[in-house]
Each structure stands twice: as structure tokens, then as C-alpha cells.
Write a protein that binds this ligand. Structure first.
Ligand code: GLA
Length: 415
């Protein structure tokens, strides 16, 4: 599957602009300053890991299928350096800055002692990553970190994946491990699943760890084989925050996952990725209606990944419009993770775009964001549609923003 688009890779990709660099410089300065204030020393190095938006392949990762996320220019930045020389036995120390709800706290822990899982907080997230690295047999040295980030929290742009991958990369760099993106992603996923309590798939962490600037990441969630797909230079990625906050996600996601597993078991396949449309239709009479719909979403969504990847590389907006409309409908009707105001907003934006681009719900659902892939010229139509929606509704105002596809987690090279 991952071979068919490889011929499309070309140089027509978007580059980081001035504003993006300013934003990053500010974050680096905050992390540096926080490190100095917390530890009275200069950090020796920095790493960064981005949030992500998924373009197609929703609720597919935990069904072992194909997804197409891309990293966005919102990141977690970590300043790091050696442990305090004063302590009798060196400890891992962490301070979080400017992280919204997760902010303003310090933590320190002993790498030898057992790290207990407990509340979902950023301290346990750091500890969870360190513990997961140990589970993979990697020896982490005690170190000090200061974390700053600007990935919006709780809207479905994977702030926690950025956080986990950044901590894993900082630990890997400081301890001289040179871990592969797949390992960083798996460690961050274990930490999230064990400490945030939500059994998500691997997409968010892989997008944060392995994306390439100017590209989306075509990912096989079973093998973790991945291929960067160039985003045609005529295209812009807009994220529309619906203003509706994701609420019952954890239990609802667990339920969706269980339904998918039950449908796969009904057909005797390892995961829904192993089912095709013909075989699914054969099961129509014998499968529970809800399970049938869940499976139909996953099977049809996986089929949309290849045409969307090709259209993204070639700048074929009419194809994007058609595929993303179908994807949204499938999420709303078959997978039942949308909400009526989100459907209305998506419809208004889709109508405004016509064949100039597509729009759909992105991320887990139950609130959160829409993603639109359109020509640069059509981004004005998105903003107008959002403004007109806001005038006609008493819900929280929706906002639209263009994100740049940046590279995945990496050490920051300072001049
Ligand atoms: C959440 C999870 C991901 C994925 C999406 C839905 O973001 O963290 O692993 O399942 O929902 O595609």
C-alpha cells in the first residue's frame, strides 16, 4: 500500500515561514528562562515535538488501518541539562511552564524507585514516559527538564502526544540513546494509555515523532511503516475549532473501540483493517446494526485514505471535497462521534468551498475541531463561513486558523 504514491514526492512543498520561526523562538526563550529560574543553571540543549491534525483515516488507527495525519506548527519544547550536583543521589527533575491547565508545578523523582501510576497530571505523564523507556530496556540518566508548549489543550490537536514524544526525545538525547521515531511514539503511547487512562491508537504519537515538513504522514498503523506525502503547494490546511469541548470522550471512545473489536470478532478477522466492503456486506443480515455501522465507517474510511493522499500530492481539490464530505457523513451517521452544531458548521464550510477543498470532523470527535484542506485562495471562504455560522448560533464561537505542516520531533539546533 505504501508504495503507490512514492513516485509523487517532489519539491513542491510548503516551507516554514517567518511567523512560524518567531513563534518557536518565543517558546525556546520561555523554556530557557523557566530552566534558569527553576534550576539556577543554563540548559545544555533543546528538543521539540509537534501536535497534529488528521486529514483522513479517523478512528482507524486502533483498527490497524491506514491514516494520514500531519504535524502542525504548534509544539512542546523541552530545555534540558544535567541533574543537580548538590543532591546525594541525582534525581530526574521537571518543571512545566506555560502549559495551560497543566502548568505551574515542579516534580522530581528517583529513577530507581517504583513510579506509581495515579492521577492524570503532567508529572505522571513525565514519569510514565521514563517508566515506559525502562520497560523497553533503555537506561535513562537522571536529568533536568523545563517544558513549554503551545499546542492547544483538549481540542483534539494531540497536545499530550507532543508532550509525551518530547519527553521521550529529551530523555533519549540526554542519555545518548538515538531512539527511532517508532520507539518514541510507542513509549509516549504507553505513557498516555497507562497514565491518562485512555486506550488510544498510535496515530498521534507517530505523527508527532515521524512527520516531515511540508508533508502529511501516510501511516500503516499495524506495521508502523510510514511514507511522507507531499502537500501540494496550492493547498492550505485550516483547522476550525468548533468551540465545543470534547466531553465524554474516554468512555465513548472505549465503547467505540469495543464495538470495532466485536465486529472484527464476528467476521473472524484480527482487526477491521482485514475486512473489505464485499465481506462486510455479506455480514449485513447476521451482524448487530450498530456494529455493522461502526465497521462500515472503518472499512469505508480506510478506502478513502489512498485517494486523499493522491489528491493531496496533486492538489486535486474536487476529490478532497468529495472524500472529506463522505468521511464526515460516515463519522456522523455510522460512527456517531459528531454533534449537530458540528454537522451544521461542516456543511456551511463545505458549501462555501464547493470544489475548492474539503472539510470534515478531525480527531476523536464529540466536539473539538474540523479540518479543511483547500486552495490558499479559498481560505477566505472558510473564514466567512465560520463568521456567518457564529452569527446564527448561540453556541461558543468557532474560530479558523491556518496551520503549517512542520517536521516531527527533533533536537533543536541553535546558531
Ligand atoms: C484520538 C486518539 C487517536 C485516534 C483518534 C481518532 O485522537 O488519540 O489514537 O484514535 O482519536 O482517529
Amino acid at each position: 500500500m505504501l508504495r503507490w504514491v512514492s513516485g509523487l514526492v517532489h519539491d513542491d512543498v510548503q516551507r516554514l515561514g517567518e511567523n512560524a520561526m518567531d513563534r518557536r523562538e518565543r517558546l525556546i526563550a520561555r523554556a530557557r528562562q523557566g530552566y534558569r529560574l527553576a534550576y539556577g543553571a543554563e540548559p545544555s540543549r533543546f528538543v521539540a515535538a509537534p501536535g497534529r491534525v488528521n486529514l483522513i483515516g479517523e478512528h482507524v488507527d486502533y483498527n490497524d488501518g491506514y491514516v494520514l495525519p500531519c504535524a502542525i506548527d504548534r509544539e512542546t519544547i523541552i530545555a534540558f541539562g544535567p541533574p543537580s550536583k548538590d543532591a546525594k543521589s541525582p534525581r530526574f527533575e521537571a518543571v512545566a511552564l506555560d502549559m495551560g491547565e497543566m502548568a505551574s508545578a515542579r516534580d522530581d523523582f528517583d529513577l530507581i524507585g517504583k513510579i506509581l501510576s495515579g492521577e492524570n497530571n503532567w508529572q505522571n505523564h513525565v514519569r510514565g514516559v521514563v517508566q515506559a523507556l525502562g520497560r523497553y530496556g533503555h537506561r535513562i540518566k537522571p536529568m533536568r527538564i523545563a517544558v513549554a508548549g503551545d499546542v492547544p489543550i483538549g481540542v483534539g490537536l494531540s497536545s499530550s502526544a507532543a508532550f509525551g514524544v518530547a519527553v521521550a526525545l529529551a530523555a533519549s538525547e540526554y542519555s545518548g540513546l538515538s531512539l527511532a521515531p517508532e520507539t518514541l511514539a510507542k513509549v509516549a503511547q504507553i505513557a498516555k494509555n497507562d497514565f491518562v487512562g485512555c486506550a488510544g491508537g498510535i496515530m498521534d504519537q507517530m505523527a508527532s515523532a515521524a512527520s516531515v515538513a511540508g508533508h502529511a504522514l501516510l501511516l500503516d498503523c499495524r506495521s508502523l511503516e510510514h511514507l511522507p506525502i507531499p502537500i501540494h503547494r496550492s493547498l492550505a490546511i485550516s483547522v476550525i475549532d468548533t468551540g465545543l469541548r470534547r466531553s465524554p470522550t474516554e468512555s465513548a471512545l472505549g465503547q467505540r473501540r469495543a464495538e470495532c473489536e466485536a465486529a472484527a470478532a464476528h467476521f473472524g478477522v484480527r482487526a477491521l483493517r482485514d475486512l473489505d466492503g464485499a465481506r462486510l456486506r455479506e455480514g449485513y443480515a447476521t451482524l448487530d446494526q450498530t456494529l455493522y455501522q461502526r465497521a462500515r465507517h472503518v472499512v469505508s474510511e480506510i478506502e478513502r485514505v489512498e485517494p486523499v493522499a493522491t489528491a493531496l500530492a496533486r492538489g486535486q481539490t474536487a476529490v478532497l471535497a468529495e472524500m472529506m464530505r463522505a468521511a464526515h457523513l460516515s463519522l456522523a451517521k455510522d460512527f456517531d462521534v459528531s454533534l449537530p452544531p458540528i454537522d451544521r458548521l461542516a456543511e456551511q464550510i463545505a458549501d462555501a468551498l464547493g470544489e475548492a477543498g474539503g472539510v470534515r470532523l478531525t480527531g476523536a470527535g464529540f466536539g473539538g475541531c474540523l479540518v479543511a484542506v483547500s486552495t490558499h485562495d479559498a481560505t477566505g471562504a472558510i473564514v466567512d463561513a465560520v463568521a456567518s455560522y457564529n452569527r446564527s448560533t448561540a453556541d461558543l464561537p468557532a474560530t479558523a486558523e491556518i496551520f503549517r505542516p512542520i517536521s516531527g520531533a527533533a533536537p533543536i539546533i541553535l546558531d
